[in-house]
Design a protein around this ligand. Structure first.
Ligand code: PMP
Length: 405
């Protein structure tokens, strides 16, 4: 589907046509996005929100239109709820700092889960250290799904926030985020959804989910790197202090006291990535031109096929087999004697055959520790992948296994 829109896909790697299955790490960019970046710097580059001159006004208008595009894409009530950041990691750090300053006190609790990306662990850990608060972790069931009964038991009078991934970057599992939000809200606890791996694959509607915060990265959605989003309900964002100080985020600056700008600018200190936001708007337009339902259905079919092909191979263990996934499948390969073939070795041999997958801990070491392996091999799909890509990958994997076993 639409491979010709992505120039990099015609590249060769190690003398073979590229089969790119590392989309959970980052996606490739269509012409529409690449052209947008060139257009911005060639036709209307100027700093936003500051100049009366023509180019500055064009740049401002493009940047603010992109904000509206993002707001509509995730069904936010208003574009004031869309804060542009550097990416998911930056969004969570900003939220942890800002929410922590206003809402967290000694002895309070934050709840995350065993399968989080480091970006949704470390900022909360740092916050808990600063505030002498407690980080609690939702454990996994034997099948690697979140233990919802244990989650209910973790919530207490002192729980101030729950922050959980919608889709696990390592296992690809779609977590029951609606249920998690409903359970937390029953206790009056707000929820931050790490949407880095869900917004690229599933239609996410923040009003329907009723999440309080949602974070995601443009580069995993065919958009530019260095840009992300922190969505927050207006009621929350209005209560929270800015995480960073500087230009843009102020109303008036006096040495005695500074007053802050309105939403969303209160949270956007300094010159924003207006070329990135414009290009991200084009990436969203591109996804919408294909159709979110079409993308989800195509990727779902590919993921099922990928998992079935892997599971059919002897000595290959697929993690969380059978659970609902979006985009990514993790596995490991074992020798006849039961010894693990190091995922890195598998990855290198696949790369030699032009197939790009990810190996290692996938920035989720607590989950890797839980699996009791040094890492996994992860193949992850995007809208431009085909069944033929999976077949090429499986054939390359068979060769790699023959060489390593
Ligand atoms: N959370 C999840 C679930 C992710 O998959 C990623 C990216 N691998 C991140 C957070 C961090 O995203 P970024 O590196 O774009 O800040």
């Amino acid at each position: 589907m639409r491979q010709s829109d992505f120039p990099i896909l015609t590249e060769q790697v190690n003398g073979r046509p590229l089969v790119y299955l590392d989309n959970a790490a980052t996606t490739q960019k269509p012409h529409a996005v690449l052209n947008a970046i060139v257009e911005a710097y060639s036709k209307w580059n100027a700093n936003v929100h500051r100049g009366v001159h023509h180019l500055s006004q064009v740049a401002t208008q493009k940047h603010e239109e992109a904000r509206k595009t993002v707001a509509a894409f995730i069904h936010a009530q208003s574009e004031e709820e869309i804060i542009f950041t550097k990416g998911t990691t930056d969004s969570i750090n900003m939220l942890a700092f800002s929410f922590g300053e206003a809402m967290l006190h000694e002895g309070d609790e934050i709840v995350i889960s065993q399968l989080e990306h480091h970006s949704n662990i470390v900022p909360w850990q740092m916050l808990c250290e600063r505030k002498k608060a407690v980080l609690k972790v939702i454990p996994l069931r034997d099948d690697l799904s979140l233990d919802i009964e244990a989650f209910k038991a973790l919530l207490s009078e002192r729980t101030r926030l729950v922050s959980v991934a919608h889709v696990s970057n390592l296992l690809g599992i779609v977590n029951p985020i609606e249920e998690i939000i409903a359970i937390a809200h029953e206790k009056g606890v707000p929820v931050c959804v790490d949407g880095a791996q869900s917004v690229p694959h599933l239609a996410v509607d923040v009003q329907q989910l009723d999440c309080d915060f949602l974070v995601f990265s443009a580069h995993k959605m065919y958009g530019p790197t260095g840009l992300g989003v922190l969505y927050g309900k207006k009621e929350w964002l209005n209560q929270l202090p800015p995480a960073e100080g500087g230009g843009e985020m102020i109303e008036h600056v006096r040495f005695e006291q500074t007053t802050y700008n309105v939403l969303p600018y209160k949270f956007e200190a300094g010159t924003p990535n207006f070329v990135g936001s414009y290009a991200f708007g084009k990436a969203i337009d591109y996804m919408e031109s294909v159709g979110l339902d079409t993308i989800a259905a195509h990727e779902h079919q590919l993921t099922l096929y990928l998992e079935a092909q892997l599971a059919a191979l002897p000595h290959v263990h697929v993690y969380a087999a059978g659970l609902r996934k979006a985009g990514a499948v993790s596995f490991n390969v074992y020798r006849e004697d039961g010894g693990l073939i190091h995922p890195f070795d598998v990855g290198v041999l696949l790369d030699r055959q032009g197939v790009a997958v990810r190996t290692g801990h996938h920035c989720a070491e607590p989950l890797i520790d839980h699996l009791q392996v040094p890492g996994t091999v992860r193949a992850s799909v995007a809208l431009y992948n085909t069944q033929e890509d999976i077949d090429t990958f499986i054939a390359a994997l068979k060769k790699a296994i023959m060489m390593l076993a």
